[in-house]
Ligand binder design. Sequence first.
Ligand code: 9MR
Ligand code: ZN
Length: 541
Amino acid sequence: MKIFVNQSGYFKNGPKKAVIAFPCEKFQVRDERNHVVYEGETKHFGLDIASMDNVYQADFSDFQETGRFFLSSEGHRCEIFEISDKPYDQLLYDTMRAFYYLRCGCALEEKYAGEFVHSACHTGMAVEWFDHSVSKEVTGGWHDAGDYGRYITAGACALAHLLFTYKMYGESLKNLFLNIPESGRKTPDFLSECRYELQWMLKLQKEDGGVYHKVTTARHASFIMPQEDLGQLYLLPVSSMATADFVGVCALGEEIYREYDAVFADQLREAATKSYGWLLEHPEFVGFKNPEGCGTGEYGEWNDLSNRFWAAAAMYAMTGLECYEKDMRTAGEAEFPKAELGYGEVGGFGLLAYLLCEQKKDENLVAQYKEIFQKAAESAANLADSCGYAVSMNEKMFYWGSNMRVMKMGMLFGIADYLRVDWKKKKALSEYAQDQLNYLMGVNALGISYVSGNGSHCINQPHLRPAHADGIEKCIPGMVSGGANKGLQDGRAKELVKPETPPMKCFADHVDCYSLNEITIYWNSPTVATLAYLLQHASLL
Ligand code: 9MR
Ligand code: ZN
């Protein structure tokens, strides 16, 4: 199978592109009865460095019929895919519902979870790592990933992706039904799901406003169901990154939730203000390193510059008070990647907080911040142009969680479009975003869909404890895999993938491969963001 298509399909009126990794001049679109309904010429891209494939690109955007089709060329074919007005409804539903499946501290009921039920997990009290006499009830939130840890900066990143997405495309997301326990309430399901994480985050705030970096057991559990993971839960020390990111999401949530629940909004406002106070009292960097004996995810950072920038911008967005704008300007003078939308570098969330807020804004600053996104989108687009698979990656970017970069770029193109940045490239921003999604869903050198349960060749064995321990062959749907990683940091990956393998092909759908095939909340969240953008865009077509 060397004809690579988006296995979730294409928009009827949108761009439709595939990649063929063998020499060919022509390709056909065929219907299920094998009739040729369209024929096109391929474009020879040449050698794609990341995959070492000789790549031919097939563009059938002109073909605008709905139905089920496949591509053929030189006697080869791909699996059936769909062209429709709504090709990604299921994908959006699944990738957003993945968060429900990751809920901690409650039972997953059959009504919502189908066969993937389990009883309430991690319900015990947590004690401070260095002072066991301090204990706290911190149930709730989402499991971070394949492990059962819950980490503030990771959660804040996922929430920022989701809540900023809601700010931009709320009109489309408002009515998204997710079949979760809160469905049917006035609050949109999308926001109810995010609130589950936000409420947990609030519990990690200390009296003085500092926020614990994470709550986990001392070491990762073995591959057991979450309710069987009964190890002592620990609260790990406060970090300035966690505290600042906490301010960022609470302030963001304040505005979004006010319409539905003023009491909750007030609580978020108070929490953000208090933690911002802590940041002012602790101007120094309070980093985080796992203490001796703790082996769960670290999420350490080298500085907290971008985090403090985001916190100040978010406070300004929430209050409109000059003092925060001043802090934001000062923090913004430091050197850090300004357009980043990550779990470490969060500068882009700061820019968004300011650009999307309804407070008084300085035109010069708006222009400056928009230009940062425009430049970032432009260089991401240039990278995509020089890749045969049209993904915004060079051969060095296939590191742990490479799919996060791909989906962050999808989100970035969406942001640039939303902000109506000056765009001179021939290809539209939405088309670049579509290409990133295409990569995730099968237009990659392995022809694999990196989302469980979606696509004819999708991952099914992610490094995800419940998915393995439940004994069900089928994986929980909607989970986004970390993807190709040249680093091959786990033993099984080294065994399964030869060292000379080109970066884009360094992948294996194997449960042991945590450096290739784990899932995380912040790999799902930018996927949701990219999808929401594309759906919103398509409805405007
Ligand atoms: O996503 C993280 C990745 O970028 C790092 O390279 C990797 C190694 O430090 O850690 C990843 O984060 C893991 C976290 O520490 C614990 N939960 C699972 C995360 C995904 O693998
Ligand atoms: Zn749990």
